[in-house]
Structure formats: structure tokens, C-alpha cells
Design a binder for this molecule. Structure first.
Ligand SMILES: [Fe+2]
Length: 294
């Protein structure tokens, strides 16, 4: 039996009249909508509307998110800088797709205005990582306040609006836990501030590694990134399969006496190879693949 969460007013039992006076067109009820994932066989949500959710008043294009993938003849590491990307658009239209494959699309968004209209994504679940700022996610399931360093999971076909206040600041510490999401074709991990290994012979930065069957993306959020040189906040790195990568020269010795790290980064590992959009290529540092040479 799946656990159910109740929010707001619901009827005594499901699928019966939920009275409301006078109601839409004096029908005297709230209108039930059953939101399912795969038929009616799994856990589902029941939502009660003021008006029937089936009423369509206007038709128009759904809009597109530009994902213009470019040619990539060279297998190489990438460093895509987005810290100074111009602010533009709202939390939907302002998304700039940088990487993608058949399972996942990765975008950076620096909105300069709140979402103008209600939106729903019928094709994909959305996972938003809030780098800085706070606001309110308004959804058909209720409101959800958020602040910097929060993840927001928005299941597909949820109608929502992101009221975003781009207030920057560093007044709170993120929770010292790793959070992990798993989805078909990729996983999301969080590298949060933490204590480092205590063994006197420990090497405090990650060892070099080859992901032979995964592409690895890191988004650098905050802090000093112990294993990297020259990587600023709000940068993406892409380490594709087939190329070993690891700590930059000098970082092993530099971290020898470190007891903790304040770095915060989000990692996405994908099973299918990722492609770069032309926009990502414009912001890509061509010297990065050669940066492991002293
Ligand atoms: Fe890695």
C-alpha cells in the first residue's frame, strides 16, 4: 500500500462528490482529477479543482527549448563557464541547454524575471538545482518554498509557476549530506561540505579514474574545489568516457593537511554519451583538456 499525503480539503472517500457552494456554474462541487503514471495500477494523486480541468479556451504552440547540438569530432574534456552568462528570460524560456542525450538535457538558467505563465512539461520530469536565490514554486499540488542549494523535483505534467527572487547570499550552510537522484539513463549526486579522510597516508583529493561506460558532468556551485585548478563557480566540466581524469597537478600536495572541504558541486553521470550544444561550445575553454600538464 503506497503512503498517501493529504493536503487541503478532500471528500470523505475517493470518487464521491466533494461539495463546494456555489461551485462552478452552480454545480456545487469541486472537480476531481486522477493523476496517474502508468494506467491506474500504481500510486496516483487525486486533485480537486474549482473548475473542470478539461476546459481548453485557446490553442497555441507549446514553445521549444533550443538544443542545437554541434559536431564534435574530437573526444576531449570540456570546461564550460556560465558564471557571467547574461541574465535573460524567465525560469522556463531562460533555460540555455548545454548538454544532452536521449535520456537527459542539462541546462543553465539565469532568469531576470519570474515565470509569466503557468507551465507544464508533458515530456519529462524536471530536477532544478537552485544555485542562488529563493522563491516559491506554485503547483497544482500546493506551494513549495525554496532557497539556494535546494533541489526541486517537478514530476512531469505538474502545472507550475516558479516565482523567483534572485537574492544572492551565503548566509546559511547547506545540509552536510549527500543527496542522490536516480533516473533512467543517469544519476545525480551532490558533493557537499564534509570532513576529509583522517588516515595519515590518505590522499585527500579523488584518484584519477576512467568512467568506461559513463559520461561525467560536474557543476561547481560554491567553495574551493580541491582537485581542480582554474575552475570557477558556475562552471560545468564534462569528462567523457574513454579519457582518464583526476586531480590537477599540485592539488594532491596542496590538500595534504586539509581536514575538511567546503566545496559544493552537483554531478550527473549519464549512461549514454552527452552532446554539446553550439552555445556550450561558445563558452568552452579550449585549454582545459591540456590543463593536467605542469
Ligand atoms: Fe570524475
Amino acid at each position: 500500500m503506497p503512503p498517501y499525503v493529504r493536503m487541503g480539503s478532500i471528500p470523505r472517500k475517493r470518487h464521491i462528490a466533494h461539495p463546494q457552494q456555489p461551485g462552478f456554474k452552480s454545480e456545487g462541487i469541486y472537480y476531481e482529477e486522477v493523476v496517474t503514471t502508468a494506467g491506474f495500477s500504481r500510486a496516483y494523486s487525486m486533485v480537486y479543482h474549482l473548475r473542470p480541468p478539461t476546459r481548453v479556451t485557446r490553442l497555441g504552440p507549446a514553445g521549444t527549448i533550443l538544443s542545437d547540438f554541434g559536431d564534435q569530432p574530437t573526444l576531449r574534456d570540456h570546461l564550460i563557464k556560465t558564471r557571467t552568462m547574461p541574465r535573460a528570460g524567465d525560469p522556463i524560456e531562460g533555460r540555455v541547454v548545454l548538454l544532452g542525450n536521449d535520456d537527459v538535457t542539462l541546462a543553465r538558467c539565469r532568469p531576470d524575471q519570474p515565470e509569466q505563465e503557468l507551465f507544464r512539461n508533458a515530456d519529462a520530469d524536471e530536477l532544478v538545482f537552485v544555485h542562488s536565490g529563493r522563491g516559491l514554486l506554485q503547483t497544482m499540488f500546493g506551494p513549495l518554498p525554496f532557497r539556494d542549494f535546494d533541489y526541486i523535483v517537478i514530476p512531469r505534467s505538474t502545472t507550475y509557476r516558479l516565482e523567483f527572487e534572485p537574492i544572492t547570499g551565503r548566509v546559511h550552510q547547506p545540509p552536510p549530506v549527500h543527496q542522490t537522484f536516480e533516473a533512467p539513463g543517469f544519476v545525480v549526486c551532490t558533493f557537499a561540505p564534509r570532513m576529509l579522510d583522517t588516515d595519515p597516508e590518505a590522499i585527500k583529493v579523488p584518484y584519477a579514474h576512467s568512467n568506461v561506460q559513463a559520461d561525467e558532468v560536474l557543476y561547481y556551485v560554491r567553495g574551493r574545489f580541491g582537485s581542480r585548478r582554474g575552475v570557477e563557480e558556475a562552471s560545468f566540466t564534462l569528462h567523457p568516457r574513454g579519457i582518464p581524469h583526476g586531480p590537477h597537478p599540485g592539488t594532491i600536495a596542496a590538500s595534504k593537511d586539509a581536514r575538511s572541504t567546503d566545496e559544493l558541486a552537483v554531478m550527473v553521470d549519464t549512461i549514454r554519451p552527452l552532446q554539446l550544444t553550439r552555445r556550450a561550445m561558445q563558452q568552452d575553454d579550449p585549454s582545459y583538456p591540456l590543463s593536467w600538464i605542469d
